[in-house]
Design a protein around this ligand. Sequence first.
Ligand code: ZN
Ligand code: ZN
Ligand code: ZN
Length: 362
Amino acid sequence: MEENQITSLSISEDLYGLSSATARELPEPDLHILTSGALRIPVHSSILASVSPVLENIIDRPRKHRSSERVIPILGVPRDAVVAFLRFLYSSRCTAEELEKYGIHLLAMSHVYYVPQLKQRCTKVLVERLTIENVVDVLQLARMCDAPDLYLKCMKLVANNFKTVEKTEGWQFLQDHDPWLELQILQFMDEAESRKKRTRRLREAHSTYLELSEAMECLEHIFTEGCTSVGPYDAELKKKKEPCSKFSMCEGLQQLIRHFATCKKRVNGGCLRCKRMWQLLRLHASICDQPDSCRVPLCRQFKLKMQQQEKRKDDARWNLLVRKVVSAKAISSLALPKRKRSDQELQLQDQTHNHGMRSFRL
Ligand SMILES: [Zn+2]
Ligand SMILES: [Zn+2]
Ligand SMILES: [Zn+2]
């Protein structure tokens, strides 16, 4: 016992992590920390209490015998980890080596004794040092120590590498001893999968809106300038006009327009192509802000009809579609370097998601 006792002189610099001048100014230690291996470390109750409210509570607790020596045991972690912890309490410093070696112990102690600055540093280091081998252990610790960033990072690593994680000792131990956490992990993976699906679905929807928005531009181009085989009704088509820059879309539209002009069945006869054309013309009219000078067929007629029907309830879905086609263009023309940002926009769209536009495909 005697040899394990560190004198306050020998630890003044090492342990407290203070300069010798500062350490010499400290009063005599009035408290001992007892670590595993029966090491007793002399410390100052005032300093411990000022950094950790939990230690402050323990220190202020009334003692049974006034004369008895004051000892606070911190057992169950390596003694050097306790030394590193105490050094942080004195100096707010921790070496990279200590953090690497005792990261999980320091996290546990910083949680138990409520030292948020240390907890933050441990979390950061542990996030950086996550491996397939240690992820399950760190995950359990993160949950126990209420470290949400670390917890989420672990969950993601497990979800993305489940096949390998499943083979680790940590996972096997978890299965035997912590079925609740196992369930949480499986649930997280399930949700991650459906999140992915949802994003994919939204991307597809977004590209449909964008396609519609391009179709609207094409329609105006065809009926204003004219393209290779279709043009405004009152203008002669120039012979051998060059295909425009969006010809793959434009050509499909021109075929559709020609069909619409000559079809015998028409919309009322149940022709799907005609119906598609009808919807595109209606969509144009909904977006068009110059119906008086507009040259797209039926634009004014649709506008008039819309004014008459403005208050009808079943137009809500249609109006939503119109807004989305208009915003699809604006959204796609923004530079979106980060995936996050476009996901956010897709999420915004998702709140008013409408499944009815598939039929508009050309
Ligand atoms: Zn064209
Ligand atoms: Zn038709
Ligand atoms: Zn128009």
